[in-house]
Design a protein around this ligand. Structure first.
Ligand code: BG6
Length: 492
């Protein structure tokens, strides 16, 4: 198996918030990997900017340390690292003041014709200021793009305001709203599996699919991000974007092509066909939790409130919910979504549970049949597993057993899967928006989430406590068991 590297055209990438956490952990290592692989052309420049005064040399040292700690599978020679570091420069600029912007103008002055990417790795409150100043300083060229991170806003109204502020300076085709889950290898594989095989599509509907589970479980707590996280919570941080996007890709009709708008039109239809989380559903279809002290694989860990130093926070670190899609294809098939921090395993997966066979011709002696199950694993071990029934091998009559057809992409192909940011950053340079969220998608996702947020805000009860290292509050198990189903694997 060989990897194919298609170099992108020349570009300037300006990272706002270049000394922050996202830049350090994800952006700089991702760019380095693409450079190491030969995808970045010799003339491409990366310009870091933030409020902090820093020399080019200091920024390069910062980047070198970021690569050292966060670039995975590092095999690069010192020359390759040096080549990457030489692309970097730094200019301090204040998002809310004019200070420093002339420096940025100078850096970019001679390169008006190359692709220009502005990556806003800063708090959303600064998006409007930065875009405004990019406009005032005439930095937005016809080949300019802006990249913003999720969650976009805190609710539908604030997302609209942010989109308006960005939209004053950038047209929709130049706005790249990142949801890094869309850049994960297996998410792409979900599309390949569905639309490059004839096998699944005929049974991909409520007649054959009993239910679907989407789990994104993390073992980590909120780490150093408690300040941000406490204003967000799992619903805004994970469900409104990552989990709903996975749901869209699982559920959507086949698009006519992989063209960005063809795919996003189909995803939008899914978001709009979700049955509203209102009325009785707010009681019966959703559970929120918050972790208490317990254990992780690293040993004992503190509870969320202690980490935060605020004994009364009602921010949820866990959500489980049942979503329903009102469409001919999916009517009657529930979608159980769950995500949380400090769960026992790091696992992201989509489980498609098919219905049982309509009639058993084998008789009791053959043993029970198990319904087919397709598990699409996003992480940690990316792959696809399909449980099927076969005859128990050897003599002894007709007895049935179920076996997994299990394919680990790592073992089968022995290639390094690029980090989601590597793919997404190169897509921005290429001008391919297929894996980015369109404004109306973000609005539709908030429209579904907003009633839940309003309900929680008005509710007197706090999130249900769960011990760190367990699968969330007991109510999450009850949510699915009430329907006669169980969470996949360790989940119950
Ligand atoms: C981010 C969330 O978008 O995704 C984090 O803000 C979360 O809270 C992270 O930890 C999970 O991403 P991944 O790729 O590690 O599953």
């Amino acid at each position: 198996m060989t990897t194919r590297i298609i170099p992108v055209e020349d570009f300037d990438l300006v990272i706002f918030g270049a000394t922050g956490d996202l830049s350090q952990r994800k952006l700089l290592p991702a760019l380095f990997h693409r450079d190491e692989q030969g995808q970045i052309p010799p003339g491409a420049c990366i310009i870091g900017t933030s409020r902090r005064a820093m020399s080019n040399e200091e920024f390069r040292n910062f980047a070198a340390a970021a690569i050292d700690s966060h670039a995975k599978f590092m095999k690069a020679t010192p020359e390759v690292v040096e080549r990457f570091l030489n692309r970097l420069s730094y200019t301090a600029a204040e998002a809310t003041q004019d200070e420093g912007w002339i420096g940025l103008e100078k850096e970019l002055a001679d390169r008006k014709d190359v692709v220009r990417v502005f990556y806003l790795a800063v708090a959303p409150e600064l998006f409007g200021d930065i875009c405004g100043r990019l406009g005032q300083h005439h930095l937005v060229t016809p080949k300019s793009r802006v990249v913003v991170e999720k969650p976009l806003g805190k609710d539908g109204a604030s997302a609209e305001a942010l989109n308006d502020a960005i939209g004053k300076v950038f047209q929709e085709p130049a706005i790249y709203r990142i949801d890094h889950y869309l850049g994960k290898e297996t998410v792409q594989n979900l599309m390949a599996l569905r639309f490059a095989n004839v096998l699944f599509e005929p049974v991909w509907n409520h007649n054959y699919v009993d239910h679907v589970q989407i789990t994104v479980a993390e073992t980590l707590g909120v780490e150093g991000r408690a300040g941000y996280y406490d204003t967000s919570g799992a619903l805004r941080d994970m469900v409104q974007n990552h989990l709903l996007q996975l749901l869209c890709l699982t559920v959507m009709e086949p698009p006519s092509s992989l063209d960005a708008n063809a795919v996003r039109d189909e995803k939008l239809k899914v978001l709009k066909s979700l049955r509203p989380m209102t009325g009785e559903r707010l009681q019966s279809h959703i559970v929120r939790g918050q972790y208490r002290a317990g254990a992780s694989s690293q040993g004992p860990v503190a509870g969320y409130l202690d980490e935060l130093g605020n004994p009364v926070s009602t921010t949820e670190t866990f959500v489980a919910l049942k979503a329903e899609v009102g469409s001919w294809r999916w009517n009657g098939t529930p979608f159980y979504l769950r995500t949380g921090k400090r769960l026992p395993q790091r696992v992201s997966e989509i489980v498609v549970q098919f219905r049982d066979i309509p009639h058993n011709v084998f008789g009791r002696a053959a043993g029970p049949t198990m319904p087919n199950q397709l598990v699409i694993r996003l992480q940690p071990d990316e792959g696809v597993k399909l449980d099927i029934m076969i005859k128990d091998p050897g003599p002894g009559g007709m007895r049935l057993t179920h076996v997994p057809l299990d394919m680990s992409f790592r073992e089968s192909f022995n290639v390094r899967n690029p980090d989601a940011y590597e793919r997404l950053l190169m897509d921005v340079v290429r001008g391919n928006q297929t894996l980015f969220m369109r404004r109306d998608e973000v609005a539709a996702a908030w429209a579904w989430v907003d009633p839940i947020l309003d309900h929680w805000k008005a509710a007197q009860d706090a999130p249900k406590a769960y011990t760190s290292g367990t699968w969330g509050p007991a109510a999450s198990v009850a949510l699915i068991e009430r329907d006669g189903r169980t969470w996949h694997d360790g989940g119950a």
